[in-house]
Structures are given as C-alpha cells and as structure tokens.
Design a protein around this ligand. Structure first.
Ligand SMILES: C[S@@+](CC[C@H](N)C(=O)[O-])C[C@H]1O[C@@H](n2cnc3c(N)ncnc32)[C@H](O)[C@@H]1O
Length: 271
C-alpha cells in the first residue's frame, strides 16, 4: 500500500462519509450510526435507493467482465474503489484473466483501513492500493505507473465517483488529464447519478447529503456524455445503468419498480 500519511488513518465518525453510506446501502458492515442515519433519510426520500446502489455495483461487475472478456483489457486503475465488498473488481477481472493487474485508489481512511481485502488477488496478477484524492492526478499516475504498464491499455474506472467532484473542483479536467496519460486502446468507465428522471427528488437527496457535509453533484445525460469527449463510446452509449449490457448480469434483477437514477458508459481511446 502506498501514499499513506498518518492523518489519513483518522476516521471521522461524527459526520457521514460517502464510502460508508454506500456500504450501508449495499448491506455492508463497515459504517457508523451517522452513515446509517443518512442512508435511512435516503430510503425515506427514495425507497429504491438501495436497489440503485446495488445496481451501481452490478454495473461495475458487468463492465469489468465485458472489458476482460470482450475487449481483452488486463489492467485497471479503479479510483473511488469503495469499501471492499465481494466480489471486488480484481476478483471479477482475475476470474477471467488471473494475470490482471489492478490499482485501487480512494481518499477515505475507512477504505484504507479495509484495503487488505483488496490486496489478496490471484498469484499471477497484481493488486495495489493507493490512498489519494482523485484530484491529485499527479500522485495517482506516478504510483499507478509503478504497477501498471502504461504502454499497454488501462481501464480507468470511475464508478459512482464523479458525483462527489464538482465542475469547479475540476471534474472534467481531471478526467481529461487521466485519460491523456493512458495509451490508445485504454478506456474510461463511468457511472454517475442524475436528476433527469426525478429532479425534485434528486434535489432533496442533494440537500440531505449537504446537511451531512457531503457535496453531491447530479449531472444530465449531456453532462455525463461530455466526460467521453474524444473517446469512442461502446454500444449502447451513455445509458441508464441497468441498460448497459444487461445480458452480462449474473442473475441480478436489474430493473426495479422505479428508474435507477444513474447513467453509465464506457468509451475507448483510439489511436
Ligand atoms: C459510492 S462509492 C463507489 C464505490 C465503488 N466504485 C462502486 O461503485 O461500488 C464512492 C467512493 O468514492 C470515494 N471518493 C469520494 N470522493 C473522492 C475523492 N475526491 N477522491 C477519491 N475517492 C473519492 C468514496 O470514498 C467512496 O469510496
């Protein structure tokens, strides 16, 4: 594990944290009462929030399977990795390709505290964990280069991450810098929340997170698509998350009673 400053170990249990609220929503145990409280508020506002969070995780599963099996990708840079929940990205990737190399990145000390679970991979492959903020692209790229071969394609996975980074905090620029550093044949994997289906409810969710001290940014279809500028989108494009290659689901019920308010897409860097 790299990039661990002593202060990074401090876990603040006085206010909710995105990684822990998400962990609570998907049924994990690594969260605190403040996180549960915000999760319960989310469920009161949006009874389908848990299904949406699970759907997001399942998108990561499907995208990883597709990338390894259909696109031959063997290297992943997964930023905003989250608290480990099996199967984690490396387990999906290494099931199909044991030699897959994965660098996980997150800025939350609770993810660091549980990172050991991300480091037990197939002996033929490699997994590494870097404690860093996605806005620190220089540090991330430097440490990723020590593990991944930047002459070969890398999947940059930013799954359910960018709605925690505002435009004025450089969301588009940081994605541009990361993609720029990767060779042709690499790809960008995104999922992100949207208010396109129910703007008022999303506004209430944004306010609940803000009350807990967490900034949440919902983006429209056009704003999500803009992250893929210069890349070639894989069919079916930027779509509601359950519609991204549902045939790769492992038996999950992707469609619920309400729309899942997240978009997803994968785009490739061409020569
Ligand atoms: C909703 S979780 C998604 C986890 C995982 N990618 C998934 O989709 O299952 C979002 C993760 O992004 C992390 N995160 C939020 N802001 C971040 C930042 N500025 N830099 C790095 N990670 C961040 C949180 O700590 C959390 O673990």
């Amino acid at each position: 594990m790299t990039g661990t400053e002593p202060s990074a170990h401090r876990i603040d249990t006085s206010r909710p944290h995105p990684a822990r609220v998400y962990d609570w929503l998907i049924g994990g145990k690594d969260n605190y009462p403040v996180d549960e409280q915000l999760g319960l508020q989310m469920l009161a506002l949006e009874p389908h929030a848990r299904h949406s969070a699970l759907n997001n995780r399942w998108f990561m599963h499907r995208a990883t399977r597709w990338l390894v099996q259909e696109a031959g990708i063997r290297q992943f840079l997964d930023i905003g990795a989250g608290i480990p929940t099996e199967p984690n990205l490396h387990q999906i990737a290494q099931t199909a390709a044991p030699d897959a190399r994965i660098v996980y990145v997150d800025n939350d000390p609770i993810v660091l505290a549980h990172a050991a679970a991300l480091l037990h991979g197939a002996p033929e492959g490699v997994t590494e964990y870097v404690q860093a903020d996605v806005r620190d692209t220089g540090k991330i790229l430097e440490q990723a280069r020590a593990v991944l071969d930047f002459d070969r394609p890398v999947a940059l996975s930013l799954v359910a991450l960018l709605h925690f980074v505002a435009d004025e905090d450089g969301a588009y620029d940081l994605v541009g810098s990361l993609v720029e550093a990767l060779p042709a044949g690499s790809c960008l994997v995104l999922s992100m929340i949207t208010g396109d289906y129910d703007p008022e409810n999303m506004e209430r969710a944004v306010r609940s997170y803000a009350a807990g001290g967490v900034r949440l940014v919902a983006r429209s279809h056009a704003e999500v698509t803009r992250f893929f500028t210069g890349l070639e989108l894989v069919e079916p494009g930027v779509v509601p998350l359950p519609e991204w290659h549902p045939e790769l689901a492992a038996g999950e019920r992707l469609k619920g009673e309400a729309p899942v308010p997240l978009y997803a897409g994968v785009g490739f860097k061409t020569p």
